[in-house]
Ligand binder design. Structure first.
Ligand code: UT7
Length: 320
């Protein structure tokens, strides 16, 4: 039992903010941001809600798949930045498609899309669904402190989605692990309980130790690519497309150098979008798909990493 991707979709907010735009109100510059991160611009929500992005990306993926939405047996959405934990974004998306299957969010930061695929794969294995909609929607710009130059320049907003279909092909490896740590933190709502003696432990915005996560990310990519290839019994140089989380161009370049892989096989969206947390991977997959770069039989390697600290990775055989 395995699955194939039959539809992909992306939605990015209309407004584009350049590095120069940011330098008008934060002490930063394109000369710092671009060489350090590879980011030139990012899409930022203004009138769009996170639900709008999620629904639009999902609709595009379903439309490409050609299936009737009623055939979808599961909706999983990865997000850590929704406007409302209840209802889940997945419930809102399912409602917009007019379907009543199980629908819920996973909350595991940048690796969430890959974990969503693994959850869907489990539904397929148990015969609980034939088709699943797996998506990621992130509005990171609502979480950062816009006076903190070390974080606000890195992130953007957007959503990416995939419709996947169960197949009888042999399973390819999927992996996931965590290394619990507080290198990246995001506060929840302040407690309303009169009994609660815990202060707001994690401040009021997303905070991170960039250098520690950088080191973690480089090691994680290296480890995952080798482990996936070993589990599949292949040489990782035979992988056709590497879709890594887009946190920093320098992380991607390190991976290319460490693994000795072809630079052109590593998809990049970071220059145009910045880091959109878990939405980076489905958006990058949709980009490759819509540019006609994915061919029947191609092997894709997905590696997500980030807050948790968490990692999710998998191999996917493309079928057209
Ligand atoms: O999605 C997963 C989560 N995030 C990541 O994976 C991020 C991984 N980490 C990174 O991408 C990099 O660590 C960053 C891009 C976040 C930071 O790059 P860095 O080379 O580690 O810089 P740094 O934080 O060590 O800062 C170096 C200097 C500091 O100044 P001093 O103390 O040397 O005077 C910062 O204050 O650069 C300064 N700085 C800035 N200057 C201009 C930090 N941010 C900025 C900025 N503009 N935006």
């Amino acid at each position: 039992m395995s699955f194939k991707v039959i539809g992909t979709g992306t939605c990015l907010p209309q407004k584009v903010v350049t590095n120069d735009d940011l330098s008008e109100f934060v002490d930063t510059s394109d000369e710092w941001i671009f060489p350090r991160t590879g980011i030139k611009r990012r899409h930022v929500c203004t009138t769009e809600t996170l639900d709008d992005l999620a629904i639009s990306a999902a609709q595009k993926a379903v439309e490409m798949s050609g299936i009737d939405p009623g055939q979808i047996g599961l909706v999983v959405c990865s997000t850590t930045s929704s406007d409302h934990p209840i209802p889940s974004v997945a419930c809102v998306v399912a409602g917009s498609l007019g379907i009543e299957c199980p629908a819920y969010d996973v909350y595991i930061a940048c690796s969430g899309f890959v974990h969503g695929l693994e959850i869907a794969d489990g539904y397929f294995a148990r015969g609980r669904a034939k088709y699943a909609l797996v998506l990621s929607a992130e509005k990171c710009t609502r979480l950062v402190d816009w006076s903190d130059r070390s974080t606000c320049v890195l992130f953007g907003d957007g959503a990416g989605a995939a419709v996947i279909e169960a197949t009888d092909d042999e399973s390819l490896p999927m992996r996931g692990w965590t290394k619990a740590g507080f290198e990246l933190t995001l506060p929840g709502q302040p407690s309303k309980s009169p009994y609660d003696q815990h202060p707001a432990d994690y401040g009021d915005s997303l905070a991170m130790n960039g250098r520690a996560i950088f080191r973690f990310a480089v090691k994680a990519i290296n480890k995952e690519v080798k482990a996936l290839a070993a589990e599949a019994g292949i040489d990782y140089h035979d992988i056709d497309h590497y879709i890594f989380h887009q946190a920093n161009e320098r992380i991607l370049s390190f991976a290319v150098d460490h693994l000795g892989i072809d630079n052109d096989k590593v998809v990049r969206t970071i220059q145009e979008t910045g880091n959109i947390s878990s939405a980076c991977i489905p958006i990058a997959m949709d980009k490759l798909n819509r540019e006609g770069k994915l061919h029947d039989g191609d092997l894709l390697c997905l590696v997500g990493f980030g807050g948790g600290l968490s990692v999710g990775s998998c191999l996917i055989r493309w079928q057209s």
